[in-house]
Design a binder for this molecule. Structure first.
Ligand SMILES: *Cc1c(COP(=O)(O)O)cnc(C)c1O
Length: 383
């Protein structure tokens, strides 16, 4: 950690916060910045933006966005208008796009914070145009063209019509974008189709910056990068697809052991008596549950092994279901006395990545991050 050394009062406050904490989430801002730099170098000469929607994927936009700005990121994407307003207060000079676009009656609010809506339908485009004409000012906005996701974005015919009548636009189109549906599935045929369609559409809008790639798309090759790439998950240490530059893991999650107990062979552990121990076992009950982002689906039953955590340097399996505030670990194989009340169990970090935990719960790293919740003591490293 850099920065001035803590005063004795600060050090005492930190020690107290740590004593009181049931779980500690440690977020490495230096790793996020390094991941952004790695992608930025890879994407050059395209600009590397940063996607910080959903509170920077759950990691805290207040700390993450300024760190990325100081590293040189100029363009940011959020999903909600309110996220944009919050980000504007943090970054007065950044370019900020709002992916969810223009909701009715919000044009004034967007313009007041110099937020650029990502316009994805004809009504949004005419609303923003009308607003700009009424104000006598061509506020910037992005145009989102759908190329196969069928979620948000202008239909292709509408995009073509618009390109033939650019004077219909009452605003300044500062970015033309689309979004890939399957970039993280190497060789998926939709990815190539979307690239072809977007390349054709982009040609119809000369002089407007174009952007297609999310994290995985950035690695699909030079053709996918256009003028600007929009990584999110890779900044936060999400899975690296094959051939990727090494990205740093960013989060660590430690939870307190509340007690260690011996259970007889044949006893069942936790709700639903879902797992029966096959030997006399030692069970560590830890202060982490599904309310803290440890998915219930990552629990363990007789039929299916669950997630693991590291205790005293050893991987230990969950035993039984995850409850709201608690989980139970099988620490039988640790030497006697190796784990005691008050020790920490590591659920993320020390080689356990968000994608491993996600796989145990049948989900993806994105959901692990955004589900981490607000109950942990949060510590930020590297700033
Ligand atoms: C969330 C999002 C991104 C970032 O996606 P990652 O897979 O996290 O890199 C980029 N573009 C759009 C439109 C998005 O919604």
């Amino acid at each position: 950690m850099s920065g001035p050394a803590p005063t004795p009062e600060e050090a005492a406050a930190r020690a107290d916060a740590l004593r009181r904490a049931s779980a500690v989430l440690t977020i490495d801002l230096a790793a996020i910045v390094e991941n952004w730099r790695t992608l930025s170098a890879l994407a050059a000469p395209a600009e590397c933006a940063a996607v910080v929607k959903a509170d920077a994927y759950g990691l805290g936009v207040e700390r993450v966005a300024p760190a990325l700005w100081r590293a040189g990121a100029l363009t940011f994407f959020v999903a909600h208008l309110n996220e944009g307003t919050r980000l504007r207060a943090l970054l007065p000079d950044a370019v900020i796009y709002v992916l969810n676009g223009l909701m009715p009656g919000t044009a004034q609010a967007l313009a007041a914070d110099r937020l650029r809506p990502v316009l994805g339908s004809v009504p949004e485009i005419s609303d923003w145009s009308d607003f700009c004409r009424a104000e006598g000012k061509r506020h910037p906005a992005a145009i989102h063209v759908d190329t196969g996701m069928e979620r948000l974005g202008l239909a292709l015919e509408d995009a073509v019509r618009l390109s033939d009548n650019r004077r219909l636009l009452g605003f300044e189109p500062s970015l033309l974008m689309s979004h890939l549906a399957c970039a993280d599935t190497p060789g998926h045929p939709l990815t190539g189709r979307q690239l072809k369609i977007f390349t054709d559409v982009a040609r119809r809008f000369p002089g407007i910056k174009a952007s297609l790639a999310n994290s995985a798309g950035t690695l699909c090759g030079r053709d996918f990068r256009f003028d600007l790439v929009r990584p999110g998950i890779f900044l936060y240490g999400g899975v690296a697809v094959s051939g990727v530059p090494p990205l740093k893991s960013v989060v660590r999650l430690d939870a307190r052991v509340l007690q260690v107990r011996d259970v007889e062979r044949g006893a069942t552990v936790g709700y639903g008596a879902a797992e029966r121990v096959k030997r006399r076992s030692r069970i560590a009950t830890v202060a982490l549950g599904y309310a803290d982002g440890l998915f219930r689906a990552a629990g363990s039953t007789d039929a299916r092994k669950g997630a693991q955590a590291i205790v005293a340097g050893t991987r230990c399996p969950l035993v039984g279901r995850v409850s709201m505030d608690l989980a139970t670990l099988d620490v039988t194989d640790l030497p006697a006395g190796a784990v005691e009340r008050g020790a920490m169990a590591t659920f993320l970090g020390e080689g356990i990545g968000i994608d491993e935990l996600a796989a145990k719960a049948g989900t993806i790293g994105y959901e692990v991050l955004t589900a981490l919740g607000a109950r942990h003591l949060r510590r930020y490293l590297g700033e």
